[in-house]
Design a protein around this ligand. Structure first.
Ligand code: PLP
Length: 384
């Protein structure tokens, strides 16, 4: 198997698995229990919080453990809503975890604004500055896009929001481990992280919320996580997240440089396919993201064909796959319809090798050609 779907879920890091194992086996105790086993579990949660805080340049009390990126996004957005300022701003290319939280806020009577990206998928800080007004409570912009990999200028946007007294939430689910994230340098109020994208295990995640930022619970119960997120802690996932975040943020430069080299090789190979286009920015791009569209094929059919040859890929994003609709991200950046339907997202990790990339590229070339032949599509380059 050549696994090129790391943006959907990345492999569990061996150190994360090692950190989780005791809490799935010998120590199954509840961290709220006062006996030794319970207190050992509680200590694991404390230590994981310290590791996560250190990795993000935050204080431990600024970390709230959640069930993943979706919950973190929702927790930030609904915590920021208030009755005095009833306008909230995001972008057209956010993950559904943000977009659907905004749609819910809209149903509750809040005014919502969805900023359009440029053709690269970039949202400029100037655009955010023009949009913010006296009534704006929150701006939510992802650090990097999950489909096309474009990296946003979040530090600049954070400065604008701070100056204008507007809360700023960053969905960093795809960016953590790919770009340096230091909350001492990025003036954002909230930042969402998901465990299964960075070598942790599913069902884990965290929200960074600056001490000054409002935080209100969505789940009520036993008062765990300082009353912000009740429910018995997922100790194994939390311990794994601490280890995974520590691992993925150390030596980030060397690791991402190696992945970027493979990404560029893959882009070069796939660009040889006639009547194709690379989606997203050529420069401000996640080290592991390759997003292409091929005219004359169906993206999902391509993903299925690749699977038969052992290549794991996604069409646009894993979430929109299977829905037979054109991705909202590709639509927002203006990818023509005849291309958007034939989209392929390949996302790499440090586990991939040069041999795998070359082999996968050959398989993609072959399968695109076969699908085009089957559908009677002419590969004459003049068509583009
Ligand atoms: N935000 C982004 C940018 C994502 O890519 C994802 C998942 O693909 C999420 C949020 C949701 O994260 P989770 O799967 O942990 O709920």
């Amino acid at each position: 198997m050549i696994y090129l779907d790391n943006a959907a879920s990345a492999p569990v890091n061996p150190k994360a698995l090692e950190a989780a194992m005791p809490f799935l086996t010998a120590n199954f105790a509840n961290p709220s229990s006062l006996h030794g086993a319970g207190q050992a579990a509680a200590l694991a949660v404390i230590e994981a919080r310290e590791k996560c805080a250190a990795a993000l340049g935050a204080a431990p009390e600024e970390i709230t453990f959640t069930s993943g990126g979706t919950e973190s996004d929702n927790l930030a957005i609904f915590s920021a809503l208030n009755e005095e300022k009833r306008r909230i701003v995001t972008t057209q290319i956010e993950h559904p975890a943000v977009l659907n939280a905004f749609h819910e806020a809209e149903k509750r009577g809040f005014e919502t604004v969805y900023l359009a990206p440029d053709a690269d998928g970039s949202i400029s800080a100037e655009k955010v500055a023009e949009t913010i007004d006296e009534q704006t409570a929150l701006v939510s912009v992802m650090a990097a896009n999950n489909e096309i990999g474009t990296i946003q200028p979040i530090s600049e946007i954070a400065e604008i929001c701070k100056k204008r007294g507007v809360l700023f939430h960053v969905d960093a689910v795809q960016a953590v481990g790919s770009i340096p994230i230091d909350m001492r340098k990025i003036n954002a109020d909230y930042l969402s992280v998901s465990a299964h994208k960075i070598g942790g295990i599913k069902g884990g995640g965290l929200l960074f919320a600056r001490k000054s930022a409002p935080l209100s619970p969505m789940i009520f119960g036993g008062g765990q996580e300082r009353g912000i997120r009740s429910g018995t802690e997922n100790v194994a996932a939390i311990a794994a997240l601490g280890a995974a975040l520590e691992e993925i943020t150390c030596d980030i430069e060397n690791r991402t440089a190696k992945i970027a080299e493979l990404r560029d090789l893959l882009i070069k190979q796939l660009a040889e396919i006639p009547i194709s286009r690379l989606n997203g920015s050529k420069t401000a791009r996640l080290c592991g993201n390759v997003s292409f569209s091929f005219s004359g094929i169906d993206g999902e059919a391509l993903v299925q064909s690749l699977d038969l040859y052992g290549v794991c890929a996604s069409s646009a994003s894993a979430c929109s796959a299977g829905k037979q609709t054109v991705s909202h991200v590709l639509k927002a950046i203006g990818v023509p319809k005849e291309y958007a339907g034939g989209s392929l997202r390949l996302t790499l990790s440090e586990n991939n090798t040069r041999e795998e990339i070359l082999k996968a590229a050959d398989i993609v070339k072959e399968q695109v050609s076969q699908l085009r032949t089957l559908s009677g599509f002419s590969q004459n380059v003049n068509q583009s």
